[in-house]
Ligand binder design. Structure first.
Ligand code: HEC
Length: 125
């Protein structure tokens, strides 16, 4: 019931034009770990192509800066920035955006979940 109320409140708050499709309830981000996600963006090499507010070096510039990614509405300008979509994008971008320069990066479900949780909390701080 609470969940239902929140969905209705969200729909009302964003209005029809601003919403990027139905809310995605697939991933269980409550099992995700933001600190682990931060370690993974270095370990998996994301920092070679992107900048992150918590990583001083390297600050890759091949891909867009992710400094405020959590405040963004779309992924790669075309997919709704929702946890379920993002979880798939971070490990297999070419499957989601054919022709993209972002490579597929092998990771487990849990790793993708942690990276997703980390990315979604990147807002202006
Ligand atoms: C070889 C370089 C490269 C690596 C490594 C890389 N990316 Fe990317 N990434 C890109 C490029 C290029 C884009 C732009 C894609 C597009 O618009 O088609 C992108 C786009 C993104 C976006 C969407 C950004 C936006 O503003 O819409 C996210 C999120 C992202 N990458 C996360 C990651 C994560 C997390 C990793 C590590 C697991 C990673 N990337 C590794 C090159 C890379």
């Amino acid at each position: 019931m609470r969940r239902c109320f929140r969905a209705v409140a969200c729909a009302a708050a964003c209005g029809l034009a601003a919403c990027d499709g139905p809310p995605d309830r697939t991933p269980r981000l409550d099992e995700a770990n933001v600190a682990r996600g931060l370690r993974l963006v270095s370990y998996k090499g994301c920092v070679a192509c992107h900048t992150f507010p918590d990583v001083a070096w390297p600050r890759g510039a091949l891909g867009p800066s992710l400094d405020r990614f959590g405040a963004q509405g779309l992924i790669a300008g075309r997919l709704p920035n929702q946890a379920g979509v993002l979880m798939q994008f971070v490990r297999n971008a070419p499957a989601m955006v054919p022709g993209t320069a972002m490579p597929a990066i092998p990771m487990s479900d849990q790793e993708a979940r942690d990276v997703t949780a980390y990315l979604l909390q990147l807002k202006s701080r």
